[in-house]
Design a binder for this molecule. Structure first.
Ligand code: AMP
Length: 249
């Protein structure tokens, strides 16, 4: 059973994001970039399925600039077998990524595609769902547990009211939530081994996909600065302030 794991290159979650001076987007020049954290969880889940003997091959795919090879290498160092870079320098919206992934799915024939639930840069939370719709495959989104047996996957989903378990007929789409697992750190020997694993480079046009954006970003702004708070000395003072100043009680 083949597994496909899409990994996105995003601004590292520790970076304090700065808006560009011309308000067209956020600053990415000289900024630390990493694999989207939910994609690390997706790679970990795929590697665990391979270690359990359920999966035989893991393919990591990233759509983005040439530098996204770094994120594919990270996936290879964690245990993926080979990579595919769909090289494109411009903006890629979820619908374009979903079309790219659909073309790769049709070529590679994976039984399961495990994506992150959302990318932390655009917070779209859309690519997995769009891919499921384009392929006509069942989907288990926000997964906190995945069990694969035979021709089906049992996926526990984190929903507002608690946990929901769905049974999916393979092939299927799963998107990883935070509690699915704790991703491993790649060991030095595995980082060295990953250098020798193959990465195929293609362009969206090779897959028959036009990645042109359909949305235009009008303006990107910092959130309004929060006003400083004040400490109160007693419950009475708090109640008085809520009643007389904030007028909320
Ligand atoms: P999004 O819908 O943009 O929030 O992204 C959800 C998931 O789709 C991510 O966690 C990745 O697994 C995958 N994904 C989104 N964009 C890309 C990309 N450019 N390359 C590879 N995978 C992507």
């Amino acid at each position: 059973m083949k597994l496909l794991v899409p990994v996105k290159r995003v601004v590292d979650y520790n970076v304090k994001v700065r808006v560009k001076a011309d308000n067209t987007g956020v600053e990415t020049a000289n900024v630390k970039m990493s694999m989207n954290p939910f994609d690390e969880i997706a790679v970990e889940e795929a590697v665990r399925l391979k270690e359990k003997g359920v999966a035989t091959e893991i393919i990591a795919v990233s759509a983005g600039p040439a530098a996204a090879q770094e994120q594919i290498r990270t996936a290879l160092a964690m245990g993926a077998d080979r990579g595919i870079l769909v090289e494109h320098d411009g903006v890629l919206e979820p619908i374009a990524v979903a079309k790219i992934l659909k073309a790769i799915v049709e070529k590679e024939g994976p039984a399961l595609v495990i994506l992150g639930k959302q990318a932390i840069d655009d917070d779209m939370n859309a690519t997995g769902q769009m891919l499921a719709a384009l392929l006509g495959w069942p989907q288990g989104t926000f997964a906190s547990k995945v069990e694969v047996s035979g021709e089906e996957a049992l996926v526990t989903r984190e929903v507002d009211g608690g946990l929901e378990t769905v049974r999916l007929a393979l092939p299927a789409i799963v998107t990883a939530d935070l509690r699915l697992n704790e991703p491993r750190y790649a060991s030095l020997p595995n980082i060295m081994k990953a250098r020798k694993k193959p990465i195929e480079v293609v362009k969206p046009a090779d897959l028959g996909v036009d990645p042109a954006p359909r949305l235009s970003v009008l303006r990107v702004e910092e959130p309004a600065k929060r006003q400083a708070g004040a400490k109160v000395g007693s419950v009475q003072e708090l109640v008085a302030k809520l009643r007389n100043e904030a007028k909320v009680i």
